[in-house]
Design a protein around this ligand. Structure first.
Ligand code: PBG
Length: 332
């Protein structure tokens, strides 16, 4: 038990807030560049860097441009990037074969980045949505998202990414049994060092809206993702999912979205002590950027405060589109 505080005036808590030096000395949580994983978008073509309308300051890049971005991120000290593909409707099929094509945009980008910028860790996204004609994370049969056949495809996708040189595999699909199947597949293929950062507690959230624009899925998605992503009313279920994923072989776990689910981050960290990450998703980013663009908030200050909140909630790191901007403020 902590000692009870003596009453005023013996205790003046403002004493500890009196100057920048004392505030620095007594600050409990800190934010550093080491805390960031930067999500990026790769697309077809060459020499392309196009801004995503609903995510000002975020770009879709062709592989050559993405390599440059990875180099800048490494120079800023950002430890990891996470690659998502933008796929046009013509790149999507019912059998989702593009997902495990060694030559898809993501796998080409992984190889190019690992060659040019070997020190930055490369994370991937594993789910079928960006290759699926109907935008779902799993195969659709008779209107249902089927689990086990999807898991087989996710393992193929995982192995193609590991083969390309990915360091961290990020399953975001929310199918049951995928972590165990992926871990078994990786071990059997000799990829013992490849890590899995599981999107374990991923909610069916409206905060993903701008991301679906970014990857070209907005028009494609039929229905919603509520039969596989979590209900926002649940919290104990998050602990069951994390416990299961760690048992099946996840090295790190994630809560997603971030800011509206900080209570879940704290519970997860306290319960398991595993490396815990939060994804500050596209809608969270867009809200801050749009309010800042209108002059309603100070964008930089709100950005830094929002990122610190994740540290306070117990997170070891944050997937955030703000990574380069925040890095520039942290290390001017
Ligand atoms: C795909 C995936 C999504 C995000 C990351 N991976 C969207 C979804 O589940 O519909 C969202 C990221 C963001 O909003 O920034 N499985």
């Amino acid at each position: 038990m902590r000692p009870t505080q003596a009453p005023f005036p013996a205790t003046r808590l403002r004493r500890l807030r009196q100057s920048p030096a004392i505030r620095a000395l007594t600050r409990q949580n800190t934010l550093t560049v080491d805390d960031f994983i930067w999500p990026v978008f790769v697309r077809a073509g060459e020499g392309i860097k196009e801004e995503i309308p609903s995510m000002p300051g975020v770009f879709r890049r062709s592989v050559d441009q993405l390599v440059e971005a990875a180099r800048e991120a490494a120079d800023l000290g950002i430890p990891a990037i996470c690659i998502f593909p933008y796929t046009g409707i013509e790149e999507r099929t019912e059998d989702c074969a593009g997902a495990w094509d060694p030559e898809n945009h993501v796998n080409r980008a992984i190889r190019a980045i690992k060659q040019a910028v070997p020190d930055i860790a490369v994370m991937t996204d594993v789910a079928l949505d960006t290759y699926n004609i109907n935008g779902h994370d799993g195969f659709v049969e008779n209107g249902e998202i089927v689990n086990d056949r999807t898991v087989e495809a996710l393992v193929k996708m995982t192995l193609a990414q590991a083969e390309a040189g990915a360091d961290i595999i990020g399953p975001s699909d929310m199918m049951d049994g995928r972590i165990g199947a992926m871990r078994e597949g990786l071990e059997a293929a000799g990829h013992q060092r490849v890590m899995i950062l599981s999107y374990s507690a991923k909610y069916a959230s409206a905060f993903y809206g701008p991301f679906r624009d970014a990857v070209g899925a907005s028009g494609a998605l039929s229905g919603d993702k509520k039969t596989y992503q979590m209900d926002p009313g649940n919290s104990d279920e998050a602990l069951r999912l994390i416990e299961r994923d760690l048992r099946e072989g996840a090295d790190m776990v994630m809560v997603k979205p971030g800011m509206p689910y900080l209570d879940i981050c704290r519970r997860v960290k306290d319960a398991f002590g595993a490396p815990t990450y939060a994804y500050q998703v596209s809608g969270e980013y867009a809200m801050i950027q749009s309010a800042a663009a209108n002059g309603w908030i100070d964008g930089d200050k709100v950005m830094m405060e929002s990122l610190m909140a994740f540290k306070r909630a117990g997170c070891d790191g944050i997937l955030t589109y703000f990574a380069p901007a925040a890095a520039r403020i942290l290390n001017p």
